[in-house]
Design a protein around this ligand. Structure first.
Ligand code: 13P
Length: 251
């Protein structure tokens, strides 16, 4: 019932030329996707270019990496939900751990961003995840549930298809270390149970849960075999057409 989603988070990487070469190569490798969806979230300056290249492939969607919750105005450096829609975005990442750690993102700013995204028809990919310290202290579950509740407070969700949640253990991002698929699946089943408390079982069963943190061609199949894991949010391995194509083509 939940269509797998393999999403690329390019972070602050790629020139226009590099992006064009990568996307053309990717499109040549993956063909039409029937039973799965992919997404590319490039930095803002590439949205228009990547969007044009993806126009002929509706199963590979465009996404932003962040947004501000106001529609327009004197907010230097920010980009709004209507702007992301205007350039063709379907998704927008909210509350990535790098934004939380480096740019002061909080659960309450995430909540405003999730609401703004949904009010304008964007599907937020809300990120949660624990630090190594929290992990070692046995506080993973408490941490991610509190982030989820904090970012979804007050939200009215009439369909689970309008929300994606990415579980990204911070210690696994860009480190080559991953959570074990079993452990990630356990944490993600708790996220789904929390979604059921917030929005009811039917809607919780529709929300796609992605795993993120050192996802690679070598480990994607094991993650995708887990019951609660509906896809992946991929950083480093999404920058190369060959590796992202293999991730999209998980078995
Ligand atoms: P890596 O795949 O490079 O570990 O990054 C994960 C991530 O942060 C995706 O949002």
């Amino acid at each position: 019932m939940r269509i797998p989603l393999l999403a690329a988070n390019w972070k602050m990487n790629m020139t226009r030329r590099e992006a064009r070469v990568m996307v053309e190569d990717l499109l040549a490798r993956v063909g039409d996707l029937r039973d799965r969806e992919a997404a590319i979230c490039p930095p803002f300056h590439l949205l228009s270019e990547v969007g044009s290249l993806l126009a002929a492939r509706p199963s590979i969607r465009l996404g932003g990496q962040d947004l501000y919750w106001k529609d327009s105005g004197a907010f230097t450096g920010e980009v709004s939900a209507p702007m992301l829609r205007d350039v063709g975005c379907h998704f927008v990442i909210v509350g990535h751990s790098e934004r939380r750690a480096l740019f002061g993102e909080t659960d309450s700013s995430c909540a405003q961003k999730v609401t703004a995204a949904q009010n304008h028809g964007l599907v937020p990919i809300l990120c949660v995840g624990e630090t190594l310290e929290e992990r070692e202290a046995g506080r993973t579950q408490e941490r991610v549930v509190s982030q989820l509740r904090g970012a979804l407070q007050g939200l009215a969700l009439d369909s689970g298809e309008r929300l994606v949640v990415a579980y990204e253990p911070i210690w696994a991002i860009g480190t080559g270390k991953t959570d074990s698929p079993e452990e990630a699946n356990r944490t993600m089943s708790l996220l789904r149970a929390t979604l059921a408390e917030l929005f009811g079982e039917r809607i919780a069963a529709q929300v796609r849960l992605l795993y993120g943190g050192s996802v690679k061609p070598e480990n994607i199949d094991a993650f995708m075999a887990c019951r609660e894991i509906d896809g992946a949010l991929v950083g480093g391995a999404s920058l190369k057409a060959e590796s992202f194509a293999r991730i999209i083509q998980f078995q």
